[in-house]
Design a binder for this molecule. Structure first.
Ligand SMILES: [Zn+2]
Length: 170
């Protein structure tokens, strides 16, 4: 899988290298499931066949008001500038980078073939903030804490095991 990060439209205060680093960390972590993944520059992307790329971009239309949304058909992973701006306004002390890393890891997991969400809150593929009233479970049975982020920032061993199951070695 080849991913391209496009920084245009990022909310103020987000450094390109910082976000790119988060994309690269997520791609490296998910590649442990047996699917090679690399993050390439926009310049390099313009040279390759577009059908094989996944664009990581900032777009309120693409994210539909969420922090992030994966469009598998459109091969885009959209991050929501408005959602992150709102987070910074409402809760300036919240470590927003953690949210960014988790969101990138989560949405990228859908591109690695994980359609179903995990019911374990700790997994990066957990669904606890999907807004449909579904509740995940924590190890001690208590309610998860959205702040600080309860979910792992990168795929857990359990996420990787599920990813391996849907990507059998060829
Ligand atoms: Zn999801």
């Amino acid at each position: 899988m080849r991913l391209v990060y496009r920084h245009a439209g990022a909310p103020p205060g987000w450094d390109e290298a910082l976000v790119l680093g988060a994309v690269q960390r997520a791609a490296l972590a998910w590649s442990a499931c047996g699917v090679p993944a690399e993050v390439i520059s926009e310049a390099a992307a313009s040279l390759g066949p577009p059908a094989t790329l996944v664009w990581v971009q900032w777009s309120d239309a693409g994210s539909r008001g969420n922090f992030g949304l994966a469009d598998l058909g459109g091969r885009s992973l959209s991050l929501g500038p408005a959602a992150f701006r709102l987070l910074a306004t409402r809760n300036p002390r919240h470590p927003a980078f953690q949210t960014l890393q988790m969101v990138i890891s989560h949405e990228m997991g859908h591109f690695f073939g994980l359609m179903a969400h995990s019911r374990r809150c700790i997994d990066v593929m957990s669904y606890y903030d999907n807004g449909r009233g579904e509740v995940c479970s924590t190890r001690d049975g208590g309610a998860h804490q959205a702040v600080p982020e309860y979910r792992a920032l990168l795929p857990t061993a359990c996420d990787i095991a599920r990813c391996r199951a849907v990507n059998p070695p060829r």
